[in-house]
Every structure is written in structure tokens, then in C-alpha cells.
Write a protein that binds this ligand. Structure first.
Ligand code: NCD
Length: 327
């Protein structure tokens, strides 16, 4: 990785992605071999929005690398409730930690935070923007379930507000993947993302129903309607429950279809699907640990060099000052 921060999947090349996924696979093969890899390093967890999987898997990943984590705690317990700005909060936490994981309800929050600190910032979800580490574990899961080349992926649900969708769609343009987007008309992909996909030469089609396109799919990636992002609850009620993948719907599917979901699900995948060969969403959630271990390991490697060079620079300045004082 050339960049110190991971803010968006648009900054990742195919080579970057493959480097992380290969490292995750090596970790998966031999988890014990990585136990002391990041000992002495500290990861700051700053979650301004609810999270179970992302927060806990980052916590587990850092500890499995031999590092430690410090957690800002809920917004109510921190100085945010006293009116502190995001910039001040992250500047302070950057003094306690070697890298920061940030989730925030505002789009662009991670990018803003990155401007104020000199430790790596990892975007763990910025409003309806991006969620790049979710994408890395999604790609890892796809790679483990049939590979990433010459496949057809259907992404269904809330394509407007779903940040996991925005990250995944951009990352998939690095691979030979046909993308089908399935959503109610009011929740289609934002125009700027659609333009970017077209610019990158991606093969993209849009639909309002799952069934007609299902037989073509290798992957069906289902998402939750992001209720918390709707400005108007009535608008949410109009689209809630429109898609429900159950075993009847899956009668139209190819035998090798893999059903994925970033979780949490509400009612868009029936529990009866969990028992079928199609379901990969719990495996997908478990992949969060090796993939985040791989990412942290790569970013902290870079951070160690930065810290070392900062120390060396400070030592050089001090010895220069002493030299001049003597002179
Ligand atoms: C996703 C998110 O926070 O965007 N959750 C997650 O990190 N696995 C998906 C969602 O909340 O629907």
C-alpha cells in the first residue's frame, strides 16, 4: 500500500487488493504465526455510530496481531457530548494510538479526520459514503467462493444509501466482473457513482426485480434498507420489505450461487436460507478478522517506518542544535 490512510476503495488498485487478500489467506492458514506481529502497537477505535461486527472484528484483529486497542466508547460517554469537534477528537486520539479506525454518520468524515492527524486513518463507514474494509472482506469471501474472474455479481437493496455497495461497486471495476444493480427506483445508485462506473469501463445493468436476473448470477449481494439515512420515515415505509430472498426465490438460482450480505439483516434474507448451500454471510462476517489483520499489518508496517523516521529526524535536529550551541 502506498497510502497511509484507507478512506475509499477508489484508492485501491487490483494489486493493493490482492496483496491484502493474499496476506489474509496466509493468516487464515496459520493464525498463530502472527501473534507477535504488532506487539507494542495501539489501535484507536472511534465509533460515532452503532457497530457490532466492524468494531469487534477490528478489536479482535489487533489483539490477534499482539497489539492493543483503546476505544473512545459511545458518543454519550465521550467529550463529543460536550461539543468537541471531530478534528479535535481525532487529533487527541492520534496522540494515544498508532492508527485510528473511524466510523461516523457524515459522508467525508474520515477524509476530514485524515487531514488533521499523522497516523493512518481507516474509514469504517462514513454516512452513505464508503466502507472500504467491508469491501475487502467481501472480495475475500468472493475469492474463496469461486474466484473473482469472469463472474456476474448482483447487488440488491439500498443502492442509494448503502455505503458497502458504493465501496464494493468501485472495487469490482478492478476485476473482470459484470455488475447487476437491483433496487426500487427511488434507491438506485447515486448518479456520480454510476458515472464513475461507466468511466471505468465497468459492465453495469440496472433492474427493479431480482428474479429475472437471478439465473445469471454467481454472487447475490443483498443489503439492508438503510432506515437511519432516510430523511422521511414515510419514504422508508414505502420501500421497506420490498425484497425478501427465501428458498422459493432461490429456485430460480444457479446451483453455484453464493448469497452474501454485510449484515445486519432485517428481513431481506429469510432465516431458512441460512441452512442452504447458498448462504455465505456468516462466513463473510468471520472473514472480517483475517482481512482486518492483514490490513492493519500492512498499514502499521508503514506507520512504524514513519514513526522511526520522525524519531530519526528529531534526533538529527537535536544533534544539529547541540552542534550549533557548542559552536
Ligand atoms: C454495514 C454498515 O455499517 O454499513 N454493516 C457492517 O459494517 N457490516 C451494513 C449495514 O449497516 O447495513
Amino acid at each position: 500500500m502506498h497510502q497511509d490512510h484507507l478512506l475509499s476503495t477508489t484508492q485501491l488498485s487490483r494489486e493493493d487488493i490482492e496483496t491484502i487478500l493474499d496476506r489474509a489467506a496466509a493468516i487464515d492458514m496459520n493464525p498463530d504465526g502472527w501473534e507477535a506481529q504488532q506487539s507494542g502497537m495501539v489501535l484507536g477505535l472511534c465509533f460515532f455510530e452503532p457497530s457490532t461486527r466492524t468494531r469487534m472484528s477490528f478489536d479482535a484483529a489487533m489483539k490477534r496481531l499482539g497489539g492493543r486497542t483503546i476505544d473512545m466508547g459511545g458518543v454519550d460517554n465521550s467529550s463529543i457530548s460536550k461539543g468537541e469537534t471531530l478534528a479535535d477528537t481525532v487529533r487527541v486520539i492520534a496522540g494515544y494510538a498508532d492508527a485510528i479506525v473511524l466510523r461516523h454518520p457524515s459522508e467525508g468524515a474520515a477524509k476530514l479526520a485524515a487531514e488533521f492527524v499523522d497516523v493512518p486513518v481507516i474509514n469504517a463507514g462514513d454516512g452513505a459514503g464508503q466502507h472500504p474494509t467491508q469491501t475487502l472482506l467481501d472480495l475475500y469471501t468472493m475469492r474463496e467462493n469461486g474466484g473473482l474472474n469472469e463472474i456476474t455479481v448482483g447487488i440488491a437493496g439500498d443502492l442509494k444509501y448503502g455505503r458497502t455497495v458504493h465501496s464494493l461497486a468501485a472495487a469490482l471495476t478492478n476485476f473482470d466482473v459484470r455488475q447487476h444493480f437491483i433496487s426500487p427506483e427511488s434507491l438506485q445508485l447515486p448518479r456520480n457513482i454510476r458515472y464513475d462506473l461507466h468511466d471505468s469501463g465497468a459492465q453495469v445493468r440496472e433492474h427493479t426485480d431480482i428474479e429475472p436476473v437471478l439465473p445469471e448470477l454467481d454472487i447475490l449481494y443483498v443489503t439492508r434498507i438503510q432506515r437511519e439515512r432516510f430523511p422521511d420515515e414515510n419514504e422508508y415505509q414505502r420501500v421497506a420489505g420490498q425484497y425478501r430472498v427465501d428458498t422459493d426465490v432461490l429456485l430460480h438460482a444457479d446451483d453455484n450461487l453464493t448469497v452474501m450480505h454485510p449484515l445486519p439483516r432485517v428481513d431481506e434474507i429469510a432465516p431458512e436460507v441460512d441452512q442452504t448451500e447458498y448462504a455465505a454471510y456468516f462466513e463473510q462476517a468471520h472473514n472480517g478478522v483475517p482481512v482486518r489483520m492483514a490490513l492493519l499489518d500492512a498499514l502499521l508496517e508503514g506507520a512504524k517506518w514513519t514513526i522511526m523516521s520522525q524519531i530519526r529526524t528529531k534526533m538529527r535536529i537535536r544533534s544539529l542544535m547541540r552542534y550549533h550551541q557548542k559552536g
